[in-house]
Design a protein around this ligand. Structure first.
Ligand SMILES: Cc1cc2nc3c(=O)[nH]c(=O)nc-3n(C[C@H](O)[C@H](O)[C@H](O)COP(=O)(O)OP(=O)(O)OC[C@H]3O[C@@H](n4cnc5c(N)ncnc54)[C@H](O)[C@@H]3O)c2cc1C
Length: 520
């Protein structure tokens, strides 16, 4: 092994592997002598997981960094725009159309960080929900409008957005782009053994088809198999099942029958007694699935609940549906992500139920940190690895806090599954402390103070007040109240303007297919 880090192997050709290889190659690749040599090894027989179809707005920056066009994404991956998540039935178990509905939009509240929006909203004697008062985005989602004009350039937004797409098609597009445009070497081969240096570092991966492939740094994107970080190094998965019970998902795809029907631009997450369903609308199909806890629900009951949901939400009759694909997982994350000269990215690093679609965002953050802090030599690698472990341990813990919030605030009493989620023994300590403080004040940036927090205090505000959390916050003084009301007025004005000016989401997508988009 040379001391300088010149050769990187990415093991795995799922979304994590391709995104990581592309982000590294876009910054450090090339043909000159100093360029990083990046090889991606992918099994010819084990497919990528093929789910994971909702992203955060961060994906826009990622795609721009790797030079992939948004038009290509829309055309080749059956992609659409995502403006946030809609939560139905989470508070009382009633139908969403019966008022049990709230949004976690991607836009920050109007006046966030300047005005006392929460105090102003609580004392405004309004029946309008918090998100509806402070953001146009829930209204845009209700009207199935797109987040931009047909004349808005690629990646630019009128309202903040991420994507919904077909994960298998995204994998193919990323693969082609990363090989053809970014010069990553692609090896289709099964890794059969890991060869080590005397000091315990990985020296090479032995493959069935292409012999040994050596490198200085190995990025484990081998999915739940976690071939390097888990199987080779034995770094344990720290289970979080005591906090978030869900350990199974059923996934199904339903073709769209009406090609002109309104196209949702939020992920619809509906709570059930057995778990919750995701519903992701693409232009030609819906991806739906049910996430549940095997300790509370049998596979058969879960299949039946998913079929009922599909039928109720306008899909085919339950009897016409094939059985959904079952994916089992242990909710949790690794005790360490970077160990010696190996770093885990994607499912190999851990997985928790996809309630707020945070997995691909963690992939983007992981790959960006490896890219930005790429160690110059082996001695620096241990330091970078420690920094990486610290950053991601913090991020995983915050994601778990945030997901748990959706369960502890629920008032549903229709199943042990729901009641068990509220047992105080299952509440992470830090979240418990914050909930106590939030009885008397709103979440603000000192509660989530790191740069690149995965969920800012604004996200906590949307979920807390969307779920009916009622704090005892004193009325703001008159000048502060007036300031908050001015923000609500400005959000209402923006809502009116956008409702009149933005195209239907479906029309926007069809326009992009036919005419493309202006480039930036
Ligand atoms: C039900 C469900 C829903 C999800 N929804 C979302 C969502 O909405 N949003 C979101 O951000 N994320 C979501 N995720 C997570 C998301 O799917 C993953 O984070 C993402 O797909 C990355 O997966 P991966 O690349 O780590 O693993 P995989 O896709 O499993 O890829 C593993 C790769 O490793 C290779 N490999 C394995 N063993 C070997 C070997 N011995 N030799 C060579 N190659 C090997 C395989 O060939 C494959 O290419 C969801 C996950 C699940 C389970």
């Amino acid at each position: 092994m040379t001391d300088a880090i010149r050769r990187v192997v990415v093991l795995g050709g799922g979304s994590a592997g391709w995104l990581t290889a592309a982000l590294l190659a876009a910054e450090h690749g090339g043909n000159d002598a100093q360029a990083l040599q990046i090889t991606l090894i992918e099994s010819p027989t084990a497919p990528a997981i093929g789910v994971g179809e909702g992203t955060w707005p961060s994906m826009r920056e990622t795609l721009q960094r790797i030079g992939l066009s948004e038009v290509d994404l829309v055309r080749e991956c059956d992609a659409a725009f995502k403006q946030g998540s809609r939560f139905d039935g989470w508070v009382h178990g009633r139908d969403g159309s019966d008022g049990d509905r709230y949004y976690h939009p991607f836009s920050l509240p109007q006046g966030y960080g300047e005005a006392d929006l929460v105090g102003g909203w609580l004392h405004a004697s309004t029946a309008t929900s918090f998100a509806d008062c402070v953001s146009p985005q829930p209204h845009l989602c209700d009207a199935a409008l797109g987040p931009k004009q047909t004349s808005t350039p690629e990646f630019a937004a009128v309202a903040n957005y991420g994507y919904h797409f077909d994960a298998v098609k995204l994998g193919l597009l990323l693969r082609k782009h990363t090989i053809d445009k970014l010069g990553v070497r692609h090896v289709l081969a099964e890794v059969t053994a890991v060869l080590s240096h005397d000091n315990g570092d990985i020296a090479a991966l032995q493959t069935r088809e292409h012999g040994d492939i050596a490198a200085d740094l190995f990025i484990d994107c081998s999915g739940m198999a976690a071939l390097l970080i888990g199987q080779h190094y034995g770094i344990a998965l720290r289970s979080q099942q005591q906090v978030l019970f869900n350990d199974c998902a059923l996934a199904l795809q339903i073709p769209t029958t009406d090609p002109n029907a309104p196209l949702a631009s939020a992920t619809i997450s509906t709570a059930h007694a057995q778990g919750w369903t995701w519903d992701i609308a693409l232009p030609t199909r819906r991806g739906v699935g049910l996430v549940f806890s095997s300790a509370h629900t049998s596979d058969e009951a879960a299949q039946a609940a998913l079929r009922r949901y599909v039928e109720r939400s306008g899909g085919p009759a339950a009897s016409d549906l094939p059985p959904a694909r079952l994916i089992r997982f242990t909710p949790g994350y690794r005790e360490r992500f970077w160990h010696r000269n190996c770093v885990a990215v994607g499912l190999s690093s851990g997985f928790i139920e996809p309630l707020e679609a945070s997995a691909l965002a963690l992939v983007e953050l992981s790959a960006a940190m490896i890219r930005d802090e790429l160690p110059a030599n082996r001695a620096d690698m241990d330091l970078v690895g420690r920094r990486f472990n610290d950053a991601f341990e913090y991020r995983w813990a915050r994601i778990i806090d945030f997901l748990k919030l959706h369960y502890v605030l629920s008032q549903r009493d229709d199943a042990d599954y729901r009641r068990d989620h509220r047992c105080t023994g299952t509440l992470p300590e830090r979240l418990g402390e914050l909930l106590q403080l939030w009885q008397h004040r709103a979440p603000f940036r000192n509660d989530l103070f790191r740069i690149d927090e995965v969920f800012p205090a604004a996200s906590y505000q949307y979920v807390l007040y969307g779920m009916g959390f009622k704090p005892a916050i004193a009325a703001p003084r008159p000048a502060r109240l007036a300031q908050a009301q001015a923000c609500f007025q400005s959000a209402a004005t923006a809502t009116k303007r956008l409702l009149g000016g933005l195209p239907r989401h479906r029309d926007l997508i069809q326009h992009i297919h036919a005419h493309g988009m202006p480039s930036r």
